[in-house]
Design a protein around this ligand. Structure first.
Ligand code: DP6
Length: 344
């Protein structure tokens, strides 16, 4: 029997960072992210059941056996949810709207797309109609097993992942939607991604999480993340919360990289131009009073966040003062978005 499912699923950018985990891929502090819109994965999964297991992965139409290991590891965790999987021939065809390895969380969009496709195939196989809220919660839990940050990509606008005492529904196993807790100005946030370097990262996120084990500042970091989360949730609820938002988001980005630099095996992912761009962002914000701030993923690239009403001014400023710091002048313009879309 053959089944097929296609989904588009977006990347997300964490405002409060997930950095440090325990088995089975559970976070050591809660995180909160904006869901992006233009940076997404489109994936089709075809499954021929009861044939014996095989896996073929295609990326941009080209076979990519190197992606197979991570997916195989993911599938092994899904034996009980999807018993049919271990006896199926699976073909995964995937493409991204953004360059692979450009520091944009490609595992978030790819693993969430894969979880969405697998659950849709599972529903078809069991002749079940998806029921809305629980469905995405369940998919979030599956996506988490593929990549932690992927569990936040299945919700529109914003998502909270990880148990926090002030939010009853919060959970370490899955993310929940945070859309309803955000005032309109934050729904309009733009994310201009300055590609400072598109070289392969020297240390992967998974290796980085591991280095939080026995990190001398790990406990202080988890306390700070919890504290920053409470402050961020408060600021997102208020139209006048922008200044607080900016200070928390930048502090989180710098703390993430401070952790990388201060562990037993230190590493540095930012580049000189990351710092040059940050200096320019701080100069411009002071001079213009425009609410623009930056965050960083586990890489050198800068996510520039600002409300849409300043888009024209900011785009001119990027062209005149920031593009010079970007590799090949690359900037990707994205914005807070509406979550995954089922294609077929
Ligand atoms: C810095 O989700 O990529 O982007 O769970 O090992 O797949 P794995 O890690 P991943 O880590 C993301 C780290 C981060 C912060 C964040 O997205 O919260």
């Amino acid at each position: 029997m053959s089944y097929q499912s296609s989904w588009r699923s977006p990347s997300n950018i964490a405002l409060i960072k997930y950095w440090g985990k325990k088995d089975p891929q559970l976070p050591l502090n809660p995180s909160l992210s904006f869901t992006l819109s233009e940076c997404y994965t489109e994936m089709t999964v075809s499954a021929e059941l009861e044939t014996g297991f095989s896996l073929k992965v295609m990326y941009n139409g080209i076979p990519k056996p190197s992606f197979g290991q991570k997916i195989n590891d993911f599938f092994k965790k899904l034996d009980t949810c999807y018993p049919w999987l271990k006896n199926a021939s699976i073909v995964i065809e995937s493409k991204n709207t953004f360059p692979h390895g450009a520091g944009i969380a490609s595992s978030a969009s790819a693993m969430s797309a894969l979880a969405l496709c697998l659950q849709s195939i599972h529903d078809d196989f069991n002749e079940k109609e998806p029921d809305d809220n629980n469905w995405f919660q369940h998919v979030s839990e599956i996506a988490r097993l593929g990549s932690g940050s992927a569990c936040r990509s299945v919700f529109p606008v914003a998502a909270l992942w990880g148990k926090t005492s002030t939010v009853r529904d919060s959970h370490d196993r899955y993310a929940i939607s945070w859309k309803e807790h955000i005032v309109p100005v934050f729904h309009t946030m733009q994310d201009a991604i300055l590609i400072i370097s598109d070289e392969e990262k020297s240390v992967s996120s998974s290796a980085g999480h591991q280095l939080m084990e026995n990190h001398p500042y790990a406990l202080s970091r988890y306390t700070a993340a919890n504290h920053n989360l409470q402050r961020l949730m408060d600021s997102l609820e208020k139209e006048e919360g922008m200044d607080e938002f900016i200070s928390i988001v930048e502090s989180e980005a710098l703390q993430l990289h401070a952790m990388m630099m201060s562990g037993a095996t230190p590493f540095i992912l930012i580049k000189p131009n990351t710092l040059n761009a940050i200096q320019e962002i701080w100069r411009f914000r002071k001079e213009s009073s425009i609410p623009v701030c930056f965050t960083l993923d586990a890489g050198p690239n800068i996510h520039l966040l600002y409300p849409v009403e300043y888009a024209t001014t900011i785009e001119k400023w990027i062209s005149s003062r920031l593009v010079e710091f970007c590799s090949g002048g690359q900037v990707i313009f994205d914005h807070v978005g509406y979550g995954p879309v089922k294609l077929s």
